[in-house]
Design a protein around this ligand. Structure first.
Ligand code: NAD
Length: 733
C-alpha cells in the first residue's frame, strides 16, 4: 500500500497509519479508497487480527477530507454520458467510501481512531465509522468538522447518517449546515469523540481501549439504540425539523441545494436503518454532484481560490521571493489594517504618518484587535506581544532603507501621492516595490511621479482589511513582471487572495460593484418598492441590498467619485439615474449613509435601520402600483445580469484575463452570489446564447447597463464558455 501502513502487534492489534507520500496533508482520493478496501478486507478476514487502531503519520492532519482537485476532469468525463449512465456511474463511485466504512464498523472487531490532528469532512467521517474516538488534547491546530456544504457538497462518507445518530439531529445540523469546525474539547462535550489525551499517548490509549472492548459495536447497530433528541416522528425530534427547514430557507433562499439535501438525508435517513440511510445519502450526493452550483462552487471557492493563493498569477520566469520588512505610509483606516495583517504574517512593519500621533493611532488599531484575540482565547499574550512589537510607528522615511516593499495609503489625492512616492524612493532600496492602495486613481498616472515606474504597482485592498480576503494588483503601463511577482510574494505571505488586473477606472471589482449599486438606483427610479429591491437582491444571493451597500460605503464617497469623474471625463460621464440620485442625497438632504445616521436608510441609536420613507421621490414616473411591481425573480435577474455583463466587458477589454480571477474576485471582493461560482460561471451556466438573448431584451431598459459586448456575442455563436475560451485548465471547463 502507498497511503497506509499496517503493523500488527503481539496481541493481534493492527495499527493502520494513514500517511500519503509526497503531499503535505492526507486527503481521500480514489486510490486511498481502493487501499482502504484492501486493508478493511485484510483485517476482517485475518483471524490473527483482534482489533484495529487508525491514526495518521502526519503531524498536521489526520485527514483533511476529500481530494477535490481531480473533480474537474470527473465532471468533464461525466458530461459525455447519458443521464442514466451518469447517475449509475456516479452513484457507484460515490458509494464506495460508504460501503468500505460500513464494512469497517461491522467487521466484528473493535476499531478505535487516534485522532492526532485535523480531521475534516471525509477525514472525520472515517473516524465516525470507528467504535471509539480519542483526540489529541495538546494540538492547538486540531479541528474537527464537516465543512462540505461550504463548497456546495454534502458529507457523503456517512456523515449525514452517523453524526445525527451520535449527537442528535439538532447538533449535527449545527455542524453540517454552516461547516462549523470545532476543537477537541468542544467535540468531547458534544459527544463527537469519547476522550482526549496528549498526542504522545493517543495510540497507546486507543490500543488499550481496543483490548478492553473486544465486542465493540456502533450504538446504531445495537438493539436498544434510541436516537438522541428523537427522530422526525418523535414529538421532540419533530420540532427540530420544523425549525431547521424554514431556517435553511431563510438563510439560503433556496439557492444552495447542498443544505437542502443534507436536511433530506437526515430526515429520510433517520427513519430507516444505517444501511438504507447510507444509500439515501449517496443518492442525494449523486444528485447534488450533477448540479451546477456544486461544480461551480468547488471550482471557484476551493480549486481556483487555492491556485490564486499559491500565486498562480505569477508571470512566467519570475521566482518566488521573501518579504520580511515593509513600510506602510498613511496610518489611517486602511494603512492601520494593512500594518496589522502584515505583522500577523510575520513581517516587520514601519508605519509612517505625518506625525507621531497619527502613526501611533494606526498601531493602536493592531493593539485593539490583538487584545480581542487574546480575550477570546484565540491567541496567547506572548504571541500578541510579538506581533505588536513588529509594528514600528514613525515619521522618519530613512527606516525604508532596507524594506522589500512600501504600501502607500495616504489620502486619495494625486499630488500628495506623488510627493510621498518621491520621498519614499529617496530611501528605498532600488529593487524594492512601491505599491499604491489608491481606489480610484489610475496607476499609470501615479507612476509618473516615480523614478522607477517599473517597480510601481497598485496594491488595492478592500475594507475592512483584516476581514476582506481579496487584493487587486493593478498593473500600470510600465509595471514590470518583477514588480507583479514581488507584490504577489507580499499578498500570498499575508494569506490574502490576489488577482492581477489592468489599469482602468475602478479597476475590476469596483467597476462591477458600481453596476450593482446602480441597479438599486435604476429600480428605484423605475418605481419599484425599495424593500422589494433590497429583499430581491438578498434573494439573488447578494450579502446586502444595493441601497444598504451604498449607505455602508458612504454616499458622499460616491458623490465625490461622480464629481471627480465628471471633472475628468465631462458632465455626461455618468449615464442613468445614479448620479442625480446621489447628488440630491448629498446636496439637498446631507444624507451621507450610515456614517451620519441617514442615507437610503434612517439609522436609530439602538442600531436598527429603516428605509427612508422619502425614497419614492426618486421614482421618475411615480411608484408602480402594487399589481405592477416586479417579481423577486425579475429583480434577481436584473441585478445579476448587470454585474455579469460588466465582468464580461472587463474580460473583453483584458482588464482581467483569467476567468478564475474574475470569478473568485467577484465572490471575495463584493460578495457576488457565491452559489453561482462567480460572475463568469453565472454566464457559463446559463450558456452564452441564452444569456445574450435575455440581455438583449433587458437592453431595452438601458443599453448602457445591459449592452452585450462583442466577445459574448461571439461566444454565443461558437458555443464557447469563458472557461473553454480563456481557462488555463481545459479539463475544468
Ligand atoms: P484615511 O483618511 O483613514 O487615512 C489616510 C492617512 O494618511 C491618515 O492617517 C493621514 O494622516 C495620512 N497622511 C496624510 N498625509 C500624509 C503624509 N504626507 N505623510 C504620511 N501620512 C499622511 O484614509 P483611508 O480610508 O485609509 O484611505 C487611504 C487610501 O486607501 C486612499 O487612497 C483610499 O482611496 C484607499 N482605499 C480606501 C478604502 C476604504 O474603504 N476606505 C478602500 C480601498 C482603498
Amino acid at each position: 500500500m502507498k497511503h497506509f501502513t499496517l503493523e500488527t502487534d503481539k496481541d493481534g492489534i493492527a495499527l493502520i497509519t494513514f500517511d500519503s507520500p509526497d503531499v503535505s496533508m492526507n486527503v481521500i482520493s480514489p486510490s486511498v479508497v481502493e487501499e482502504m478496501e484492501e486493508w478493511v478486507e485484510a483485517i476482517t478476514n485475518n483471524a490473527a487480527i483482534t482489533g484495529v487502531v487508525i491514526t495518521s503519520g502526519k503531524s498536521n492532519s489526520f485527514c483533511a477530507g476529500a481530494d477535490l482537485s481531480g473533480l474537474g476532469s470527473t465532471f468533464a468525463d461525466l458530461a459525455k454520458l447519458s443521464a442514466e449512465k451518469r447517475n449509475e456511474k456516479l452513484y457507484n463511485e460515490l458509494f464506495r467510501l460508504n460501503a468500505v466504512l460500513r464494512k469497517l464498523e461491522t467487521c466484528g472487531k473493535p476499531v478505535a481512531a487516534a485522532i492526532n490532528a485535523l480531521a475534516l469532512g471525509g477525514g472525520l467521517e472515517i473516524t465516525l465509522a470507528c467504535h471509539y474516538r480519542i483526540a489529541a488534547s495538546d494540538n492547538a491546530k486540531l479541528k474537527l468538522g464537516l465543512p462540505e456544504a461550504m463548497v456546495g457538497v454534502l458529507p457523503g462518507g456517512g456523515g449525514t447518517q452517523r453524526l445525527p445518530r451520535l449527537i442528535g439531529a439538532m447538533n449535527a445540523f449545527d455542524l453540517m449546515m454552516q461547516g462549523k469546525m470545532i476543537k477537541a474539547d468542544k467535540a468531547l462535550a458534544l459527544g463527537v469523540i469519547h476522550e482526549t489525551a496528549p498526542g504522545a499517548k493517543l495510540v497507546d490509549k486507543a490500543t488499550a481501549w481496543v483490548k478492553a472492548n473486544p465486542d465493540a459495536k456502533q450504538p446504531w447497530d445495537g438493539e436498544k439504540f434510541r436516537l438522541p433528541g428523537g427522530g422526525p416522528y418523535h414529538p421532540k425530534g419533530a420540532q427540530t425539523f420544523m425549525g431547521v427547514a424554514p431556517m435553511i430557507r431563510k438563510n439560503t433562499y433556496g439557492n444552495y441545494p447542498a443544505q437542502r439535501y443534507i436536511l433530506s438525508c437526515v430526515y429520510e435517513g433517520l427513519q430507516v436503518d444505517m444501511d438504507a440511510g447510507l444509500r439515501i445519502e449517496t443518492r442525494y450526493f449523486t444528485k447534488l454532484m450533477q448540479r451546477p452550483e456544486s461544480r461551480n462552487m468547488i471550482r471557484s471557492l476551493f480549486l481556483s481560490k487555492q491556485a490564486l493563493e499559491k500565486g498562480s498569477a505569477r508571470p512566467a520566469g519570475q521566482k518566488k521571493g521573501a518579504v520580511n520588512k515593509i513600510a506602510v505610509i498613511g496610518a489611517g483606516f486602511m494603512g492601520a489594517g494593512i500594518a496589522y495583517v502584515s505583522a500577523m504574517a510575520g513581517i516587520e512593519v514601519a508605519l509612517v504618518d505625518i506625525d507621531m500621533a497619527g502613526a501611533e493611532k494606526g498601531k493602536a488599531f493592531a493593539q485593539k484587535e490583538l487584545e480581542k484575540r487574546v480575550s477570546r482565547k484565540k491567541m496567547d499574550q506572548a504571541k500578541a506581544d510579538a506581533i505588536l512589537a513588529r509594528i514600528t510607528p514613525t515619521t522618519d522615511y530613512s527606516v525604508m532603507k532596507d524594506v522589500d516593499l512600501v504600501v502607500e495609503a495616504v489620502f486619495e489625492n494625486r499630488e500628495l501621492k506623488a510627493k510621498i512616492t518621491k520621498m519614499a524612493e529617496e530611501h528605498m532600496p532600488k529593487d524594492a516595490i512601491f505599491g499604491s492602495n489608491t481606489s480610484t486613481l489610475p496607476i499609470t498616472g501615479l507612476a509618473e511621479a516615480s523614478k522607477r515606474p517599473q517597480n510601481f504597482i497598485g496594491i488595492h485592498f478592500f475594507s475592512p482589511v483584516h476581514k476582506m480576503m481579496l487584493v487587486e494588483l493593478i498593473v500600470g503601463e510600465k509595471t514590470s513582471d518583477y514588480a507583479i511577482s514581488r507584490a504577489l510574494d507580499f499578498v500570498t505571505k499575508i494569506r490574502k487572495t490576489p488577482i492581477v488586473v489592468s489599469d482602468t477606472r475602478g479597476f475590476y471589482a469596483n467597476r462591477c460593484v458600481m453596476r450593482y449599486i446602480e441597479q438599486g438606483m435604476a429600480l428605484l427610479s423605475e418605481g419599484v418598492y425599495p424593500a422589494l429591491i433590497e429583499n430581491g437582491a438578498r434573494m439573488a444571493g447578494m450579502p446586502v441590498g444595493p441601497l444598504s451597500l451604498q449607505d455602508e460605503v458612504a454616499i458622499d464617497l460616491g458623490y465625490k467619485i461622480i464629481k471627480q469623474t465628471e471633472a475628468d471625463l465631462g458632465d455626461d460621464a455618468f449615464k442613468g439615474p445614479t448620479a442625480p440620485i446621489l447628488i440630491a442625497m448629498i446636496e439637498k438632504y446631507d444624507r451621507k449613509g450610515r456614517k451620519n445616521g441617514k442615507g437610503f436608510y434612517d439609522y436609530s441609536e439602538d442600531g436598527k435601520k429603516r428605509l427612508w420613507p422619502e425614497l419614492s421621490q426618486f421614482a421618475l414616473n411615480g411608484v408602480l402600483p402594487e399589481d405592477k411591481q416586479p417579481t423577486p425573480a425579475y429583480i434577481k435577474e436584473r441585478i445579476l445580469y448587470a454585474q455579469a455583463l460588466e465582468a464580461a466587458r472587463c474580460m473583453e477589454e483584458g482588464i482581467v484575463k483569467d476567468p478564475r480571477e474574475a470569478d473568485v474576485a467577484s465572490i471575495l471582493g463584493w460578495g457576488f452570489a457565491p452559489y453561482t461560482g462567480g460572475v463568469l460561471s453565472y454566464i457559463d451556466t446559463i450558456g452564452a446564447a441564452n444569456f445574450v438573448k435575455r440581455a438583449d431584451e433587458l437592453a431595452k431598459i438601458s443599453a448602457d447597463m445591459y449592452g452585450v459586448p462583442d466577445l459574448l456575442r461571439d461566444m454565443a455563436k461558437t458555443g464557447e464558455t469563458f472557461y473553454s475560451r480563456f481557462g488555463k485548465d481545459k479539463k475544468a471547463a
